[in-house]
Design a protein around this ligand. Structure first.
Ligand code: FAD
Length: 291
Protein backbone atom coordinates (compact mmCIF):
# COMPACT_ATOMS: atom_id res chain seq x y z
CA UNK A 1 0.00 0.00 0.00
CA UNK A 2 2.91 2.41 0.62
CA UNK A 3 3.19 2.89 -3.17
CA UNK A 4 -0.08 4.85 -2.85
CA UNK A 5 1.79 7.23 -0.51
CA UNK A 6 4.85 7.60 -2.71
CA UNK A 7 3.14 9.31 -5.65
CA UNK A 8 4.52 12.39 -7.36
CA UNK A 9 1.67 14.51 -5.97
CA UNK A 10 0.10 14.76 -2.54
CA UNK A 11 -2.73 12.48 -1.49
CA UNK A 12 -4.94 12.14 1.57
CA UNK A 13 -6.26 9.30 3.70
CA UNK A 14 -8.96 9.09 6.36
CA UNK A 15 -9.75 7.42 9.68
CA UNK A 16 -13.17 6.09 10.64
CA UNK A 17 -14.43 4.53 13.85
CA UNK A 18 -16.52 1.37 14.08
CA UNK A 19 -20.20 2.42 14.28
CA UNK A 20 -21.83 2.22 17.73
CA UNK A 21 -25.44 1.72 16.59
CA UNK A 22 -27.61 1.70 13.48
CA UNK A 23 -27.81 5.49 13.17
CA UNK A 24 -24.03 5.66 13.44
CA UNK A 25 -23.71 2.90 10.86
CA UNK A 26 -25.82 4.93 8.39
CA UNK A 27 -23.73 8.04 9.09
CA UNK A 28 -20.50 6.10 8.60
CA UNK A 29 -21.56 4.57 5.27
CA UNK A 30 -22.81 7.92 4.00
CA UNK A 31 -19.36 9.37 4.77
CA UNK A 32 -17.63 6.36 3.20
CA UNK A 33 -19.61 6.76 -0.03
CA UNK A 34 -19.04 10.54 -0.10
CA UNK A 35 -15.28 10.07 0.23
CA UNK A 36 -14.99 7.06 -2.06
CA UNK A 37 -15.17 9.19 -5.22
CA UNK A 38 -12.21 11.27 -4.02
CA UNK A 39 -10.15 8.06 -3.92
CA UNK A 40 -8.25 8.49 -0.63
CA UNK A 41 -4.92 6.63 -0.54
CA UNK A 42 -6.36 4.41 2.21
CA UNK A 43 -9.09 4.42 4.85
CA UNK A 44 -8.43 3.16 8.36
CA UNK A 45 -10.86 1.85 10.99
CA UNK A 46 -9.98 2.14 14.68
CA UNK A 47 -9.99 -0.78 17.14
CA UNK A 48 -11.83 -0.29 20.44
CA UNK A 49 -11.58 -1.88 23.86
CA UNK A 50 -14.76 -3.98 24.07
CA UNK A 51 -15.56 -7.22 22.25
CA UNK A 52 -18.59 -5.84 20.39
CA UNK A 53 -16.70 -2.76 19.21
CA UNK A 54 -13.88 -5.04 18.02
CA UNK A 55 -16.35 -7.18 16.07
CA UNK A 56 -17.66 -4.01 14.45
CA UNK A 57 -14.13 -2.98 13.40
CA UNK A 58 -13.64 -6.38 11.78
CA UNK A 59 -17.05 -6.31 10.09
CA UNK A 60 -16.76 -2.70 8.88
CA UNK A 61 -13.24 -3.11 7.48
CA UNK A 62 -14.23 -6.39 5.80
CA UNK A 63 -17.22 -4.71 4.20
CA UNK A 64 -15.01 -1.87 2.94
CA UNK A 65 -12.69 -4.46 1.37
CA UNK A 66 -15.50 -6.29 -0.43
CA UNK A 67 -18.12 -3.60 -1.21
CA UNK A 68 -16.08 -0.50 -2.03
CA UNK A 69 -13.16 0.52 -4.22
CA UNK A 70 -11.36 1.83 -1.11
CA UNK A 71 -8.10 0.46 0.27
CA UNK A 72 -8.93 -0.38 3.91
CA UNK A 73 -6.53 -0.57 6.82
CA UNK A 74 -7.69 -2.19 10.07
CA UNK A 75 -6.27 -1.02 13.40
CA UNK A 76 -5.38 -3.73 15.92
CA UNK A 77 -4.25 -3.40 19.54
CA UNK A 78 -2.68 -5.82 22.01
CA UNK A 79 -5.06 -4.75 24.82
CA UNK A 80 -6.75 -7.69 26.59
CA UNK A 81 -5.74 -10.13 23.86
CA UNK A 82 -3.71 -13.31 24.09
CA UNK A 83 -1.39 -14.08 21.20
CA UNK A 84 -3.81 -16.82 20.12
CA UNK A 85 -6.64 -14.28 19.91
CA UNK A 86 -4.47 -11.82 18.00
CA UNK A 87 -3.58 -14.59 15.54
CA UNK A 88 -7.31 -15.22 15.02
CA UNK A 89 -8.09 -11.56 14.31
CA UNK A 90 -5.14 -11.26 11.92
CA UNK A 91 -6.25 -14.47 10.20
CA UNK A 92 -9.74 -13.06 9.86
CA UNK A 93 -8.35 -9.85 8.33
CA UNK A 94 -6.38 -11.90 5.80
CA UNK A 95 -9.40 -14.08 4.96
CA UNK A 96 -11.46 -10.98 4.19
CA UNK A 97 -8.95 -9.37 1.90
CA UNK A 98 -7.56 -6.83 4.37
CA UNK A 99 -3.89 -6.44 3.54
CA UNK A 100 -3.12 -3.38 5.69
CA UNK A 101 -2.93 -3.33 9.49
CA UNK A 102 -2.10 -0.49 11.90
CA UNK A 103 -0.36 -2.36 14.74
CA UNK A 104 -0.72 -0.65 18.13
CA UNK A 105 -0.12 -1.54 21.73
CA UNK A 106 -3.25 0.36 22.81
CA UNK A 107 -3.88 2.26 26.03
CA UNK A 108 -4.32 0.49 29.36
CA UNK A 109 -8.03 -0.30 29.83
CA UNK A 110 -9.80 1.96 32.33
CA UNK A 111 -7.36 4.83 32.85
CA UNK A 112 -5.61 5.51 29.52
CA UNK A 113 -2.82 7.28 31.39
CA UNK A 114 -2.42 4.53 33.97
CA UNK A 115 0.33 1.91 34.00
CA UNK A 116 0.33 -0.73 31.27
CA UNK A 117 -0.88 -4.12 32.52
CA UNK A 118 0.08 -7.18 30.47
CA UNK A 119 -2.50 -9.78 29.50
CA UNK A 120 -1.27 -13.27 30.44
CA UNK A 121 -0.24 -14.90 27.16
CA UNK A 122 -0.38 -11.52 25.40
CA UNK A 123 2.05 -8.92 24.08
CA UNK A 124 3.57 -5.88 25.76
CA UNK A 125 4.65 -3.52 23.00
CA UNK A 126 3.61 -2.60 19.47
CA UNK A 127 6.89 -3.85 17.94
CA UNK A 128 5.93 -7.39 19.05
CA UNK A 129 2.55 -7.01 17.32
CA UNK A 130 4.26 -5.72 14.16
CA UNK A 131 6.43 -8.86 14.15
CA UNK A 132 3.38 -11.10 14.71
CA UNK A 133 1.38 -9.51 11.85
CA UNK A 134 4.40 -9.81 9.56
CA UNK A 135 4.91 -13.45 10.53
CA UNK A 136 1.30 -14.32 9.67
CA UNK A 137 0.99 -12.92 6.17
CA UNK A 138 1.92 -10.52 3.44
CA UNK A 139 0.58 -7.39 5.17
CA UNK A 140 1.54 -3.76 4.87
CA UNK A 141 1.97 -2.66 8.50
CA UNK A 142 1.63 0.84 9.91
CA UNK A 143 2.44 2.04 13.45
CA UNK A 144 1.84 5.07 15.65
CA UNK A 145 4.30 7.96 16.02
CA UNK A 146 4.18 10.89 18.43
CA UNK A 147 5.29 14.45 17.54
CA UNK A 148 5.63 15.37 21.25
CA UNK A 149 6.73 11.88 22.32
CA UNK A 150 4.48 9.15 23.75
CA UNK A 151 3.26 10.18 27.24
CA UNK A 152 4.95 7.07 28.73
CA UNK A 153 8.33 7.94 27.24
CA UNK A 154 11.03 9.85 29.08
CA UNK A 155 12.41 11.88 26.16
CA UNK A 156 12.21 12.36 22.40
CA UNK A 157 15.35 10.30 21.77
CA UNK A 158 13.87 7.30 23.56
CA UNK A 159 10.61 7.89 21.70
CA UNK A 160 12.46 7.86 18.36
CA UNK A 161 14.29 4.69 19.47
CA UNK A 162 10.88 3.09 19.99
CA UNK A 163 9.62 4.12 16.55
CA UNK A 164 12.81 2.74 15.01
CA UNK A 165 12.24 -0.55 16.91
CA UNK A 166 8.80 -0.76 15.25
CA UNK A 167 10.33 -0.09 11.81
CA UNK A 168 13.03 -2.70 12.51
CA UNK A 169 10.30 -5.21 13.42
CA UNK A 170 8.84 -4.74 9.93
CA UNK A 171 6.58 -1.67 9.99
CA UNK A 172 6.34 0.04 6.61
CA UNK A 173 5.16 3.48 7.68
CA UNK A 174 3.85 5.46 10.65
CA UNK A 175 0.90 7.74 11.30
CA UNK A 176 1.53 10.62 13.69
CA UNK A 177 -0.66 11.52 16.64
CA UNK A 178 -2.35 14.95 16.50
CA UNK A 179 -0.26 18.11 16.84
CA UNK A 180 -0.86 21.86 16.47
CA UNK A 181 2.08 23.50 14.72
CA UNK A 182 3.35 22.14 11.39
CA UNK A 183 6.89 22.48 12.84
CA UNK A 184 6.02 20.00 15.60
CA UNK A 185 5.31 17.34 12.98
CA UNK A 186 8.27 18.37 10.80
CA UNK A 187 10.65 17.97 13.76
CA UNK A 188 9.36 14.38 14.20
CA UNK A 189 9.96 13.76 10.48
CA UNK A 190 13.50 15.17 10.86
CA UNK A 191 14.22 12.94 13.89
CA UNK A 192 13.21 9.88 11.85
CA UNK A 193 15.21 10.96 8.77
CA UNK A 194 18.25 11.59 10.99
CA UNK A 195 18.21 7.89 11.90
CA UNK A 196 18.84 7.10 8.23
CA UNK A 197 15.47 5.58 7.31
CA UNK A 198 13.23 6.65 4.44
CA UNK A 199 10.08 5.18 6.01
CA UNK A 200 7.13 7.53 5.62
CA UNK A 201 5.56 9.30 8.60
CA UNK A 202 2.09 10.64 7.82
CA UNK A 203 0.67 13.59 9.80
CA UNK A 204 -2.69 13.10 11.55
CA UNK A 205 -5.06 16.02 10.91
CA UNK A 206 -8.17 16.93 12.90
CA UNK A 207 -10.55 19.39 11.18
CA UNK A 208 -11.28 21.84 14.01
CA UNK A 209 -15.00 22.26 13.37
CA UNK A 210 -16.18 22.60 17.00
CA UNK A 211 -14.71 23.51 20.41
CA UNK A 212 -15.07 19.79 21.27
CA UNK A 213 -12.69 18.87 18.42
CA UNK A 214 -10.25 21.55 19.56
CA UNK A 215 -10.12 20.19 23.11
CA UNK A 216 -9.97 16.60 21.84
CA UNK A 217 -6.83 17.67 19.96
CA UNK A 218 -5.34 19.09 23.18
CA UNK A 219 -6.16 15.80 24.96
CA UNK A 220 -4.83 13.45 22.26
CA UNK A 221 -1.74 15.45 21.31
CA UNK A 222 -0.68 15.97 24.92
CA UNK A 223 0.32 19.55 23.98
CA UNK A 224 -1.13 22.79 25.35
CA UNK A 225 -3.24 24.95 23.02
CA UNK A 226 -0.83 27.37 21.27
CA UNK A 227 -1.66 31.05 21.92
CA UNK A 228 -2.45 31.86 18.27
CA UNK A 229 -4.94 28.96 18.08
CA UNK A 230 -6.54 30.18 21.31
CA UNK A 231 -6.64 33.77 20.04
CA UNK A 232 -8.31 32.84 16.77
CA UNK A 233 -10.75 30.20 18.02
CA UNK A 234 -11.68 30.77 21.66
CA UNK A 235 -13.51 34.09 21.07
CA UNK A 236 -15.76 32.19 18.61
CA UNK A 237 -16.68 29.38 21.03
CA UNK A 238 -20.34 30.54 21.23
CA UNK A 239 -20.75 31.11 17.48
CA UNK A 240 -20.81 27.65 15.88
CA UNK A 241 -20.71 28.88 12.27
CA UNK A 242 -17.86 31.35 12.79
CA UNK A 243 -15.87 28.80 14.85
CA UNK A 244 -16.20 26.19 12.12
CA UNK A 245 -15.12 28.63 9.38
CA UNK A 246 -12.05 29.79 11.35
CA UNK A 247 -11.17 26.21 12.38
CA UNK A 248 -11.28 25.03 8.77
CA UNK A 249 -9.13 28.03 7.75
CA UNK A 250 -6.55 27.21 10.43
CA UNK A 251 -6.35 23.54 9.48
CA UNK A 252 -6.14 24.38 5.78
CA UNK A 253 -3.21 26.72 6.54
CA UNK A 254 -1.50 23.96 8.56
CA UNK A 255 -1.97 21.49 5.69
CA UNK A 256 -0.69 24.01 3.12
CA UNK A 257 2.48 24.47 5.17
CA UNK A 258 2.96 20.69 5.43
CA UNK A 259 2.49 20.24 1.68
CA UNK A 260 4.96 23.08 1.02
CA UNK A 261 7.46 21.12 3.15
CA UNK A 262 7.08 18.06 0.93
CA UNK A 263 4.61 16.08 3.04
CA UNK A 264 2.87 13.71 0.62
CA UNK A 265 -0.07 12.32 2.60
CA UNK A 266 -2.44 13.98 5.05
CA UNK A 267 -4.42 11.59 7.28
CA UNK A 268 -7.77 13.05 8.39
CA UNK A 269 -9.67 12.02 11.51
CA UNK A 270 -13.27 12.12 10.27
CA UNK A 271 -15.31 11.01 13.30
CA UNK A 272 -17.44 9.35 10.63
CA UNK A 273 -18.41 12.65 8.95
CA UNK A 274 -17.00 13.53 5.56
CA UNK A 275 -17.96 17.19 5.07
CA UNK A 276 -15.04 18.94 6.78
CA UNK A 277 -12.46 16.60 5.23
CA UNK A 278 -13.97 17.10 1.75
CA UNK A 279 -13.89 20.84 2.29
CA UNK A 280 -10.22 20.95 3.34
CA UNK A 281 -9.13 18.47 0.66
CA UNK A 282 -11.02 20.54 -1.95
CA UNK A 283 -9.39 23.77 -0.80
CA UNK A 284 -5.96 22.13 -0.95
CA UNK A 285 -6.68 20.98 -4.50
CA UNK A 286 -5.88 17.33 -3.72
CA UNK A 287 -7.14 15.21 -6.59
CA UNK A 288 -8.09 11.53 -6.51
CA UNK A 289 -5.07 9.22 -6.15
CA UNK A 290 -6.06 7.29 -9.29
CA UNK A 291 -6.75 10.39 -11.39
P1 FAD B 1 4.18 1.26 21.75
O1 FAD B 1 4.92 1.63 20.53
O2 FAD B 1 4.29 -0.13 22.24
O3 FAD B 1 4.66 2.25 22.91
C1 FAD B 1 3.98 2.33 24.16
C2 FAD B 1 4.94 2.82 25.24
O4 FAD B 1 5.87 1.78 25.56
C3 FAD B 1 5.79 4.00 24.80
O5 FAD B 1 5.98 4.84 25.90
C4 FAD B 1 7.11 3.35 24.37
O6 FAD B 1 8.20 4.21 24.44
C5 FAD B 1 7.20 2.22 25.38
N1 FAD B 1 7.95 1.06 24.84
C6 FAD B 1 7.77 0.46 23.65
N2 FAD B 1 8.61 -0.60 23.50
C7 FAD B 1 9.32 -0.67 24.65
C8 FAD B 1 10.32 -1.56 25.14
N3 FAD B 1 10.78 -2.56 24.42
N4 FAD B 1 10.82 -1.33 26.38
C9 FAD B 1 10.36 -0.31 27.13
N5 FAD B 1 9.41 0.57 26.72
C10 FAD B 1 8.90 0.39 25.50
N6 FAD B 1 -5.62 3.11 20.42
C11 FAD B 1 -6.61 2.21 20.36
O7 FAD B 1 -6.98 1.62 21.39
N7 FAD B 1 -7.25 1.90 19.17
C12 FAD B 1 -6.91 2.49 18.00
O8 FAD B 1 -7.50 2.19 16.96
C13 FAD B 1 -5.86 3.47 18.02
N8 FAD B 1 -5.48 4.09 16.89
C14 FAD B 1 -4.43 4.97 16.93
C15 FAD B 1 -4.00 5.57 15.73
C16 FAD B 1 -2.94 6.46 15.73
C17 FAD B 1 -2.49 7.09 14.42
C18 FAD B 1 -2.27 6.79 16.96
C19 FAD B 1 -1.14 7.78 16.96
C20 FAD B 1 -2.69 6.21 18.15
C21 FAD B 1 -3.76 5.28 18.16
N9 FAD B 1 -4.19 4.66 19.33
C22 FAD B 1 -5.22 3.75 19.29
C23 FAD B 1 -3.58 5.00 20.63
C24 FAD B 1 -2.38 4.09 20.99
O9 FAD B 1 -2.82 2.76 21.12
C25 FAD B 1 -1.78 4.63 22.29
O10 FAD B 1 -1.19 5.87 22.06
C26 FAD B 1 -0.84 3.70 23.04
O11 FAD B 1 -0.60 4.25 24.34
C27 FAD B 1 0.53 3.53 22.41
O12 FAD B 1 0.46 2.67 21.36
P2 FAD B 1 1.78 2.36 20.51
O13 FAD B 1 1.37 1.43 19.46
O14 FAD B 1 2.46 3.61 20.12
O15 FAD B 1 2.65 1.60 21.64
Amino acid sequence: MTERLRTDRPVFSVEFMPPRDEADERRLWKAVRELEGLDPAFVSVTYGAGGSSRDRTIRTTGRMATETTLVPMAHLTAVDHTVAELRNVIGWYAAHGIRNVLALRGDPPGDPNGPWVSTPGGLNYADELVALVRELGDFCVGVAAFPYGHPGCTDLDADTDNLMRKFAAGADFAIAQLFFQPEDFLRLRDRVAARGTDKIVVPGIMPLTTPKMLYKTVELSGAPLPPHFAARLEPLAEDAKAFRAEGIDLITETCQRLLAEGVNDLHFYTFNQSKATREVVGRLGLVPTRA
